[in-house]
Design a protein around this ligand. Sequence first.
Ligand SMILES: C=C(O[C@@H]1C=C(C(=O)O)C=C[C@H]1O)C(=O)O
Ligand SMILES: [Mg+2]
Length: 462
Amino acid sequence: MTDTRNLNLKEILTKAKEEGKKVNRQLVSYTRKINDFNPLAIFENGKELSQKKRMFWKRYDDQYIFVGIGNITEIVVENEGKQAIYNKWRRIVKEAIIYNPYQEAGVGLVAFGGIAFDPKKAPTPLWAKFAENEFRIPQFLFIKKKDSFYVTINMLINKDENIEECLKEYENIEKQLLGERTIHPTMGKIIDKQEINPEQWKQAIEDAKVNIQQKQTEKIVLARELRLHLSQSVDITSVLHTLIATQPNSYVFAYEQGTDCFVGATPEQLINVEGNQLQSMCVAGTAPRGRTDEEDERLNNELFHDKKNREEHDYVVQMIRQSIEPFCYKIDIPNTPTVYPLKNLQHLYTPVTAILKSGQHLFDLIDTLHPTPALGGTPKDTALAFIREHEHLDRGWYGAPIGWIDCHDNGEFAVAIRSALIQEKEASLFAGCGIVKDSDTQTEYEETKIKFLPMLSVLGGS
Ligand SMILES: C=C(O[C@@H]1C=C(C(=O)O)C=C[C@H]1O)C(=O)O
Ligand SMILES: [Mg+2]
């Protein structure tokens, strides 16, 4: 990390060119405050300027919005585990020339990405455009943090770079990205909606219950797919617009990979690390929302007291506590959950806070936490083996950590549920539920139907 305080961008690039002689291509990251911007306008303006590599992230409480346009370099590791991703990230940070006068988590050089739910499961063509894991450093990163707005420009400068030209080009792109635009959301029609093998999925639930009765596992999460054919290519900006409008209390994310885009509105945080402060969430146990206030209150109350849902939830609380214990102290987890309301459903919810011991970092925690019993099961390895064998679905990035890390190891990852893989005029939606000993197959089936709704409704279905 080269110290570039008091240099302007031109001077920095000239310095980078010098460095470039040694390393061939030098990464330069330059951050400055800017006037307020409309994140979705930037996302839309970036459509043609990003080589179809855009990303979007809005935190559930609106405290962070990121729009990433383009990709100057990515981190992809196969069969090496999450530590290898972290090591590559540290190397990039170490070698970069960084200008960033702001000491703010998430502001500056940041990598965004996701990982596959289960690298041991053989992939299918469905997720062909998504690597087992990928973290991307966008060319332009627009950041809204609380009430402040920033842009981070990332560039690769080589020894023969024409600095004047390069600056001009970046200025020009930035101007286009910040150009005014009003978003008029458009939505096509669903021509065909196909539940993928629902009967086979119900059979897997029966098998899971036998597995649980035989005491091999206590909880197994099983997911299924809904495949849509649409009348026109899905407009991702419109999808994000409607998700933001309809799904408060949720992270809204998009990761574009050429003609495919993974999009979702998830309520579930896997982990947030800022300095030595850690946050996580236990989200498991589900009921629909009521049509009237009275019905809503009744369903809320029933969910809170329901033995089966409380059990489903408890496995997550216990596992998160056990997983973070070796890495943290001052772990604070309330004994009783509360009910977390979303537009289409409500969940049992328990917040987790803790202090990280020194030397422990985000990727260690992701490694130990993923998948929690909210998406895998208990015990983890047995449940995963069961899912691998009995669930006829390529989960890809669904149900897995998606998020960001900055160059001081702050970062946040959500669990990518309530999500869809959009492939132009087609889309796959995913939803799963936690099977425990008292699960009723038909009720679980109905639960997944509601969990499809956040994405289904923004794609024109109900
Ligand atoms: C697996 C999903 O959600 C998970 C399962 C839940 C449940 O079974 O009650 C609730 C929230 C999540 O932990 C999903 O939405 O696809
Ligand atoms: Mg459930």
